[in-house]
Design a protein around this ligand. Structure first.
Ligand code: PXL
Length: 276
């Protein structure tokens, strides 16, 4: 007999990393670790391992849109995120498919992989800004992405806040500028409802950091699907990624993945405590 219980559902719209550390594979593992049922719409395929990316192939925009429609129409996810989108026409297709569905959308504006391989065509940044950022509940740029979106160098706490304000003016409700690539410490800045929340932590020295950005935005999305409020979700998702970096397993010969088995903080749910 099937058990008739409901499970929170989260959707990722992202690229595939066959080595399993980043992209939609990291998102699904992170959703699962949070007790959330994960669905995934594929936008592009990479040939990739921990040593780098050697190939990329894009799916047809209409095929991406059809996947979104199929999953959203049937499963009604409680939250969604986007990862690597690749090209302007895929962004247009995704924006068209998710625009009217009212699901809180976390946009990870992925532009490059850890090895510096472009995963968003330069010409697609304009489509990202025009079509996707206005739909975003939260956008999560790292320093390089924040610089590109804001149009000036972002390399200090002061410029992170300035960039967050500029990016917020492009339409997203909340902006998380991730400072993890600064050498001096892991400081992230969340611009939310007209004020800055600063999250500062000691930097963890590790070369196993493949997929940290994907894992962070997926953890936030999972927590939103569970009914957690945004600031609490960001704080707890950061802790998950820190634990995942600290416990990263030995996988592959290059920049290895983080530990998707890391412990999660219980959900501080406003609505539905899920208790896993
Ligand atoms: O972490 C960014 C990212 C997103 N999506 C895919 C990736 C990567 C980084 O490697 O491979 C598919």
């Amino acid at each position: 007999m099937p058990v008739d219980h409901r499970v929170p559902i989260a959707l990722t719209i992202a690229g595939s990393d066959p080595s399993g550390g980043a992209g939609l594979q990291a998102d699904l593992k992170t959703f699962h670790r949070h007790g959330v049922y994960g669905a995934s719409v594929v936008t592009l395929l990479t040939v990739q391992n921990t040593l780098g990316v050697t190939g990329i192939e894009f799916l047809a925009p209409a095929f991406v849109a059809a996947q979104c429609d199929a999953v959203i129409g049937d499963l009604a996810p409680a939250a969604a995120k986007t990862g690597a989108l690749g090209r302007a026409d895929i962004i247009e297709a995704v924006a068209g498919a998710v625009g009217s569905c009212g699901i809180p959308l976390v946009v990870d504006p992925v532009m490059f992989t850890k090895h510096g391989h472009p995963i968003l065509e330069d010409s697609a940044v304009d489509a990202l800004v025009r079509r996707l950022l206005p739909l975003a509940h939260l956008v999560t740029p790292n320093l390089a992405e924040a610089s590109r979106l804001a149009g000036f160098a972002v390399d200090s706490p002061e410029s992170m806040e300035r960039a967050a304000r500029v990016i917020a003016s492009l339409g997203p409700r909340h902006v998380l500028v991730k400072g993890g690539h600064r050498e001096v410490g892991a400081m992230d800045l969340l611009w939310s409802d007209g004020r800055a929340h600063v999250f500062a932590s000691e930097r963890i020295a590790s070369t196993r950091t493949h997929g940290t950005g994907c894992t962070l935005s997926a953890a936030i999305t999972a927590r939103l699907a569970l009914g957690e409020e945004l600031v609490a979700a960001v704080a707890a998702a950061r802790m998950f990624v820190r634990a995942a970096i600290a416990g990263a397993p030995a996988v592959g010969h290059g920049v290895g993945p983080v530990d998707h088995f890391a412990s999660i903080t219980p959900i501080a749910a406003a609505g539905g405590a899920h208790g896993r």
